[in-house]
Design a protein around this ligand. Structure first.
Ligand code: GLP
Length: 245
């Protein structure tokens, strides 16, 4: 595990976006795993800016998103719409090369990823309870793409995208499993807000724990954790506290 610490969320996004464009430049047919949520927004802005400035094309890139809501009542809040708005419509990626899991033919998503050659570089956010994708606490480490019932805390956290109306937040989603995610050759995880300090502290304690899904990545051979200084400080405090206990 490699920890990278940045002054703030902006600097973090600039640096990670550049890493993605470097990776596409080095391998124009790269397979990317992408994430939604507010954490990666700066990274996407930086990918757009860097690829334009440096003339790096995404025309041969394939993407596989981590997750998608089921029966989402607001079309503009689907993760496909999110990706279009924040990344895809600003780069020269082909729509047919962008993939999202769906409820029909679940096992096909893992197969599709494998047939494309596997994910080379996976971007991840993290939930307040340590979830990755929508793999909530308790999800087995070898799980593949599956349907999940969203926990109350995840639905409450995401209500801000649904006019703050919990009744509009979908109750289910389809997500890559933890086993799907750990197969990626390189993983970069972003924690750029203080509410993520707790699961990151658990991660840094280095013990796998099914109740904190992100800890499944502890022994991944190429796993980078992108933190802001503020998050790092909060994590260090939590770790110091737990040592004192
Ligand atoms: C959702 C997504 C996750 C994401 C998490 C954190 O639950 N399914 O992939 O990591 O939210 O979101 P945010 O980055 O907005 O804090």
């Amino acid at each position: 595990m490699i920890i990278k610490i940045f002054k703030d969320s902006k600097e973090l996004g600039i640096a990670l976006g550049k890493e993605f464009v470097d990776a596409v430049e080095a391998n124009p047919s790269i397979i990317l795993g992408l994430a939604t949520g507010s954490s990666p927004l700066g990274t996407y802005a930086s990918i757009i800016e860097n690829s334009k400035e440096r003339g790096v094309s995404f025309s041969k890139v394939k993407t596989f998103n981590l997750d998608e809501y089921l029966a989402c009542p607001l079309e503009d809040q689907t993760y496909r719409a999110f990706m279009k708005e924040n990344l895809f419509s600003h780069i020269d990626i082909l729509e047919e090369n962008t993939h999202f899991p769906n409820a029909t033919g679940l096992s096909d998503y893992d197969k599709e990823i494998a047939e494309a050659g596997g994910v080379d570089f996976q971007l991840l956010g993290i939930g307040r309870n340590g979830h990755i994708g929508f793999n909530e606490p308790g999800t087995p480490a070898d799980s593949l793409t599956h349907v999940v019932d969203l926990t109350e805390s995840t639905r409450v956290a995401n209500a801000r995208f649904f006019r703050d109306d919990l009744s509009l937040v979908p109750t289910q989603a389809v997500t890559m499993g933890i086993g799907t995610i750990t197969k990626s050759r390189r993983i970069a995880l972003i924690a750029n807000t203080l509410d993520k300090a707790e699961p990151i502290a658990k991660l840094l304690q280095g013990k796998k724990d099914l109740d904190c899904p992100v800890t499944a990545l502890i022994d991944h051979p190429h796993f980078e954790v992108y933190l802001t200084e503020e998050v790092d400080e909060a994590v260090q405090k939590l770790l110091a506290g737990s040592l004192a206990d």
